[in-house]
Structures are given as structure tokens and as C-alpha cells.
Design a protein. Structure first.
Length: 335
């Protein structure tokens, strides 16, 4: 896990170069088709990338973006009218039966299918009208790291090409060097808080919500630590009742319109005597985790890169092998 996560900067650099031509063509196709909506479909870490895609597409392309439930196809065998819609399927392996069933029905229902996959020639890629290779290279650790970051960068490159957004494109080209720097940042201050923890909240909002979801999953699968991800708005409802003295909260904040709300929430947690770990936002009472400043769309992938190094160290500190999580395997073929 540690070794593969460290390879993310080179994977993103390679992906940007190798996919430039095909994504430029795909962007032109999407502008010509003028879809009415986008539907994402994914599981696990790939679904957290889909959360990021929803915010990015809605804010930059102005299109309604929703998540499909694969079980509607694989279990209930129903179809949805997806004429004039884009169906964005994201997968590392491209082999999960429920994802394949959903993609096939989406295509039969009139959707234009785009697949983001780290396995060239996979069944999912073959079903798609256009397949985007993540170019992350072999990933043998059960916990996805570089393939998740490669999914985020591919989504940014897709959005930039589709909307002809030079600002996004330039920001993405700076990301590999920023990822390298993010990998070197010291988040060890979080170890003393998280090593004895039993439960924690992971919080984000907007582009950072998928980041919070991904971090919570990694805590569970590699560290044996029960973590739940919330939007910084949603956590203020029922979940806040769980907070007691010393309850740990990890909050991620990219530098955009959501930061003020994250900082206010962090203060609310601190007033309840919670222990708050802050990445991006600022509060004197919190444990500050250093981040690399960048375009707010890029910052989530930089923060998760720093987090992956922390997660690998935390797993070992808690007596786990991050490469062999109990009861898990690399490809989960759900139906």
C-alpha cells in the first residue's frame, strides 16, 4: 500500500500525457451530444471518485448528476430511460457483475457510456462507447490508493476537456509535482489521536466529500477503525449527539466557498471537547495537518495522498497489515 500510493504522482503524470488526445476528442463529442444529465455508477473507492465527479460536473458543466444503484439492474432487473444521458462507470478491475449489468442496461436504454478503468480491455471497457484508461499501473494492495487518485485526475481532465476550461487544465498539469510534495508532508501528529481510537467522524464538503468517504473507508479496511464520513452540513443533525470528550474528528477542507463552514463546524466540535484533526482549515484548538495549497478542485487529491501515508503508518501502529485486510480481497465481484 505504501509503495503503490507513492507511485500516484507518476501515474497522474503519465495519464495526463497519454489521455490528452482521446479526451480532447471525447470533449468535442460531449459538446456536440449536449447530454441532459450524467449518471455515475461505481462501488467502493470508485464510488467516492464518483461523488467528486458529481460536484465537479454540476459546478462546471451545469448538468444534473446522480448516482445509479447497480442492484436495480443486477437484482431487480429494471431499466431506466437514459436517452440523452451520459453514463459514467468507474472501476479498477472492470469485472464486477453488478456494475457490468448496470452498464449494459444503461447502454441499451440509450445512454452514452464512458468507462474509467484501470484494466485495459476489461469487460467494462468493452461495453463503453468510450473507455478512459486510468494508467495507474498494477495495484496489488487490496486498498486502492493510486488508482483512486488516478480516477480523480481522469475526472478533472474529462471535465476540463468537455468544458474547455483552461484553468482546470493548467491546475491538473501542476498536480503531479504537488502530489510528490504532499507525499512528504508530516501527518504523524494524528497518530497519537487515532491509535487508541474506537470510532471517529471524517468530514468534508463539496469537492471534499468524496475525500472524506475515501478516508473513512481506508480507516475501516486497513486500520480496523470504525469511521463514518459526513458532509459538514449533515453531521450537525443526528450524528452530533455521539460527540463526547476526546471524540476524534478528521476534517478536510479545500480552499473554496465551503471552508468557512468547515471552520465553524470545527469550532463547534472543539466546544464539545472533541479532538479535531484539521487538514486545510484553521483553528488554534485543533491538531493542524499540513497541506499543499492548490486549485480547490486539485486539493482533495493532494490531501488524500498525504492521508494514505498516514493510514499505512496507522495500520501498522494499531497492529494491522495494511496489505492484508481481514476478510477482503482485491476484486469484489458483487451481484
Amino acid at each position: 500500500m505504501h509503495r503503490e500510493a507513492a507511485q500516484a504522482p507518476e501515474a497522474v503524470r503519465r495519464q495526463i500525457e497519454l489521455n490528452a488526445g482521446s479526451l480532447q476528442q471525447l470533449g468535442a463529442v460531449l459538446r456536440e451530444r449536449a447530454p441532459r444529465a450524467v449518471v455515475t455508477c461505481a462501488r467502493g473507492s470508485s464510488d467516492h471518485a464518483a461523488t467528486f465527479a458529481r460536484y465537479l460536473i454540476e459546478t462546471h458543466a451545469g448538468l444534473l448528476t446522480a448516482s445509479a444503484s447497480p442492484s436495480l439492474s443486477s437484482v431487480y432487473e429494471t431499466s431506466t430511460d437514459l436517452r440523452d444521458a451520459v453514463f459514467l462507470a468507474i472501476s479498477q478491475s472492470g469485472r464486477s457483475p453488478d456494475l457490468l449489468a448496470a452498464t449494459e442496461r444503461a447502454r441499451d436504454s440509450g445512454a452514452f457510456v464512458i468507462a474509467l478503468c484501470n484494466t485495459p480491455g476489461s469487460p467494462l471497457s468493452q461495453l463503453a462507447h468510450h473507455a478512459i484508461d486510468l494508467h495507474a499501473g498494477a495495484e496489488t494492495s487490496v486498498a486502492a490508493t493510486k488508482s483512486y487518485i488516478a480516477s480523480l485526475s481522469a475526472i478533472v481532465q474529462l471535465a476540463a476537456s468537455w468544458t474547455r476550461n483552461d484553468d482546470l487544465s493548467q491546475a491538473l498539469h501542476a498536480a503531479p509535482a504537488q502530489l510528490e510534495k504532499s507525499w512528504t508532508l508530516d501527518w504523524s501528529a494524528a497518530l497519537a489521536v487515532l491509535r487508541p481510537a474506537v470510532n471517529l467522524f471524517v468530514v468534508g464538503r463539496g469537492y471534499g466529500l468524496g475525500l472524506a468517504q475515501e478516508a473513512a473507508l481506508k480507516f475501516k479496511e486497513t486500520c480496523g477503525l470504525h469511521a463514518e464520513a459526513f458532509s459538514s452540513a449533515e453531521v450537525q443533525h443526528g450524528p452530533m449527539a455521539l460527540v463526547r470528550r476526546g471524540f476524534p474528528v478528521l476534517a478536510f477542507s479545500q480552499n473554496d466557498e465551503t471552508r468557512g463552514g468547515i471552520e465553524t463546524l470545527a469550532r463547534d466540535f472543539l466546544d464539545r471537547d472533541a479532538t479535531v484533526l484539521l487538514a486545510g482549515a484553521q483553528d488554534r484548538g485543533a491538531v493542524q495537518l499540513p497541506v499543499v495549497a492548490a486549485h480547490p478542485v486539485i486539493e482533495p487529491m493532494l490531501m488524500i495522498q498525504s492521508f494514505y501515508r498516514l493510514a499505512a503508518a496507522l495500520a501498522v501502529a494499531r497492529g494491522f497489515d495494511p496489505d492484508v485486510p481481514p476478510h477482503l480481497r482485491k476484486v469484489t465481484e458483487t451481484v
